[in-house]
Design a protein around this ligand. Structure first.
Ligand SMILES: NC(=O)c1ccc[n+]([C@@H]2O[C@H](COP(=O)([O-])OP(=O)(O)OC[C@H]3O[C@@H](n4cnc5c(N)ncnc54)[C@H](O)[C@@H]3O)[C@@H](O)[C@H]2O)c1
Ligand SMILES: O=C(O)C(=O)C[C@@H](O)[C@H](O)[C@H](O)COP(=O)(O)O
Ligand SMILES: [Zn+2]
Length: 387
């Protein structure tokens, strides 16, 4: 119980800074209500004279003018580039349009691309920044819970292909992340839940105490307030630590992919259609599946798999392949999508599996026949806890 108490939200400071210790590419994540008020002075302090503010049409309507005015008030030229909201923007056509708009704005290497939005804008704008003029600096101003706890940190940028999720991209670290939790006040519950799945992931990777804290405080995180800020800061610290020791996913960083071999396959089958699922929902199902697959292989106790699914379901997240309206997953199509996973080595699948809550590990060379049998059971609705 004492370890759980160490996550007490009452102890969370109003504002927190987390350093991503990457040598010459090190940067700060500033977390708290109102931190984006400093965006202009912070951009100026980075030596930029102009900013290409990339955002989506929903975020532009809600927060675009405020952020652009803050940038301009520090004496920087600010050009806003707006893309349609949704995963459909994370593709070649929108990437080309964003790159050309950045060039048309005469953004120089010393200037800044600024991603104002969720993970889709962050991944897209970050990749554009990585390739325009062979590398322009960029700043992340994440506006979804998912982006604040995960996608704005660590420098994975990219777009989707018909062949799969995030298959074209680059590692390009931001120069600064401003996670203003006040921006989440306008975020719909469905998107809060999706971001919550990636928060739970940190507990499942290697922090059983944090998973227990999530079990006790998940509803409060969704409701807002100090628990949410604590969860954002804790998640950023967890991700920063992993990224600092393995920036380019040559080892440990793959643990951040817990649940994602399943999730990305589901996203491809759904053609990235948000009417069917969004990334965080696919991750929630993927986490439950990774634990059930671990139990199926005899690696982890079925009770742990049930505990994981029970908590995700309790916060309104999907935990089964059958949970997505309009999606009829079948084992062969899922396996075909998994074959494009970036963790594949010499044609062999890699999964992140678990020996228990907070005890995940990288499993290379996983037997395809076992995956096929497991998926067939899951597609038939067998092996799942009720509800
Ligand atoms: N690079 C990484 O390390 C990393 C990590 C996790 C996920 N991702 C990627 O992130 C993407 C998902 O990101 P996401 O869940 O943030 O989705 P998203 O960017 O689509 O945002 C979700 C929805 O919320 C809206 N929105 C954003 N901020 C809002 C706000 N403050 N108020 C109201 N509405 C708001 C958006 O317009 C959008 O419709 C996926 O493409 C996933 O692959 C990347
Ligand atoms: O930062 C990472 O590393 C992650 O794996 C975080 C994931 O939540 C995220 O969805 C990431 O985009 C997946 O990476 P990918 O390399 O599998 O595309
Ligand atoms: Zn993810």
């Amino acid at each position: 119980m004492s370890a759980i108490t160490s996550h007490a939200a009452a102890d969370a400071p109003a504002r927190e800074a987390v350093r991503v210790a990457l040598g010459e590419r090190a940067y700060d994540i500033l977390i708290g209500r109102g931190v984006s008020e400093e965006i202009g002075t912070r951009a100026a302090a980075l030596g930029a004279r102009a900013v290409a503010l990339v955002t989506d049409d929903t975020v532009a309507r809600l927060h675009g003018e405020t952020i652009a005015a803050r940038v301009a008030s520090a004496g920087l030229r600010c050009e806003t580039i707006t893309v349609p909201a949704g995963e459909g923007s994370k593709g070649y056509a929108t990437l080309a349009r964003v790159c050309d708009a950045i060039l048309a704005s005469r953004i120089e290497r010393g200037d800044l691309v600024m991603a104002l939005g969720g993970g889709i804008v962050g991944d897209l704008a970050g990749f554009a920044a990585a390739i325009v003029r062979r590398g322009v600096r960029f700043v992340q101003v994440p506006t979804t819970l998912l982006a604040q706890v995960d996608s704005s940190v660590g420098g994975k940028t990219g777009i989707n292909s018909v062949h799969g999720k995030n298959l074209v991209g680059a590692f390009h670290q931001p120069s600064l992340v401003l996670a203003d939790t006040a921006l989440l006040d306008t975020l719909p519950l469905r998107e809060l839940r999706a971001g919550y799945a990636e928060i739970v992931k940190y507990g499942l990777i290697d922090d059983a105490d944090f998973f227990a804290w999530c079990e006790a405080n998940g509803e409060a995180v969704l409701a807002g307030g100090r628990e949410r800020e604590h969860a954002v800061a804790h998640s950023c610290r967890a991700k920063a630590a992993i990224v600092a020791r393995d920036e380019r996913e040559e080892g440990d960083r793959a643990l951040l992919n817990l649940g994602h071999t399943f999730a990305h396959a589901l996203e491809r089958l759904a053609h990235y259609d948000p009417a069917i699922l969004v990334h965080g929902e696919a991750v929630a199902a993927g986490l439950a599946l990774a634990y059930r697959f671990s139990a199926f292989l005899g690696l982890c106790a079925p009770a742990d798999a049930e505990r994981v699914a029970r908590h995700l379901a309790a916060t309104g997240l999907p935990t089964t392949l059958g949970a997505f309206p309009g999606l009829a997953p079948d084992p062969e199509r899922l396996l075909d999508a998994m074959a494009q996973d970036k963790k594949v080595v010499a044609g062999q699948l890699t999964f992140i599996l678990a020996r228990g809550v907070g005890e995940s590990f990288i499993a290379r060379g996983v037997d395809v026949a076992a995956v096929r049998t497991f998926l067939a059971r899951e597609c038939a609705g067998e092996g799942q806890m009720p509800g």
